[in-house]
Design a protein around this ligand. Structure first.
Ligand SMILES: Cc1cc2nc3c(=O)[nH]c(=O)nc-3n(C[C@H](O)[C@H](O)[C@H](O)COP(=O)(O)OP(=O)(O)OC[C@H]3O[C@@H](n4cnc5c(N)ncnc54)[C@H](O)[C@@H]3O)c2cc1C
Length: 262
């Protein structure tokens, strides 16, 4: 790892100023992805800005009829939160299924969503639930946020501050996971909302997390119909495409409550 300057601001405003003062600086959340990347010299920032002292970035609260989760809230906190279990229990279960206890106690929801790993769990929930992502500059709808593998709508100097989840009628997430890391080989989130059914898939898309609109239409129908057509899955990995093409529809149908599907 090469030498770098380390900053630990106490407020979002101070973090914002530190970012502006050091072009190319990287934000540090739980460090579960950034630090290994730096050790491998895949990232070589001159300045690292640690967000861990900013209290306002941590915590879970009811807000605007939804559930607001601060960007620096760890997976373990989400998994154990009575507020999350009471409103979106599937989201607590998702957080409890990430990695191992060490990863869950260091990794943060903001780090996961800002990183947008194509095999990460949270992006599917954020997209299926139609969450709003608040930043140091603006609010971004989930549908506009994810922009491809490891790419998001965040600018270089933008801090993700919180994610506001509308409370759905129901929400479930299932994944076929990599047994060592527990990243999703294929994961699917199904949300029933006042506006209809939303289905998001992680781990299986050529361009990262995506909404599976054929499944949304099929699961919204009052009569059960044929299995929704599966879009082109990832091909350039060790997992045969047929695994994702089989596992994802099966998980989606189970989570959508299709007990006897064609
Ligand atoms: C062994 C292992 C197993 C894992 N298993 C899983 C799994 O099963 N499922 C899963 O989904 N994930 C898994 N992860 C990922 C992990 O849970 C973290 O979510 C992920 O590494 C990023 O979160 P972090 O808080 O560590 O962010 P960091 O590593 O600190 O940061 C990641 C990136 O996001 C940027 N960033 C961080 N916070 C912000 C912010 N507030 N605003 C803007 N940019 C920001 C950073 O600059 C960096 O580019 C695993 C990781 C490891 C090491």
């Amino acid at each position: 790892m090469q030498a770098f300057d380390y900053r630990r601001p106490g407020t979002i405003n101070e973090a914002d100023l530190a970012l502006k003062a050091a072009p190319g600086a990287r934000l540090l959340a739980g460090g579960q992805t950034l630090l290994p990347t730096m050790k491998l010299r895949l990232a070589t920032p001159d300045t690292v800005i640690d967000l861990s002292a900013i209290a306002s970035l941590k915590g879970i609260a009811r807000k605007d009829g939804g559930l607001a989760i601060g960007a620096m809230t760890t997976h373990a906190t989400v998994a154990e939160s009575a507020d999350v279990k009471g409103t979106i229990p599937g989201l607590a279960a998702l957080a409890g299924g990430i990695g191992d206890p060490q990863v869950r106690h260091r990794g943060t929801i903001g780090g996961s969503v800002a990183n947008n790993d194509p095999a990460a769990d949270y992006p599917a929930a954020v997209l299926a639930l139609g969450a709003t992502l608040n930043t140091s500059k603006r609010s971004i709808k989930a549908d506009d946020f994810f922009q491809g593998l490891f790419a998001t709508a965040l600018d270089e100097n933008e801090i993700l501050t919180e994610i506001v989840f509308p409370i759905p009628q129901s929400f479930a997430y299932a994944k076929f996971d990599q047994p060592a890391s527990r990243f999703a080989i294929a994961g699917v989130a199904v949300a029933r909302t006042a506006g209809g059914v939303r289905v998001a898939v992680t781990g299986a898309g050529q361009g990262g997390v995506f909404r599976w609109t054929d499944a949304e239409r099929a699961f919204s129908a009052s009569v059960q119909r044929k299995t929704p057509p599966w879009p082109a899955p990832v091909t350039a990995t060790r997992t045969p495409p047929a695994v994702r093409a089989t596992a994802t529809p099966a998980m989606a149908k189970r989570e959508a409550g299709w007990s006897n599907f064609a």
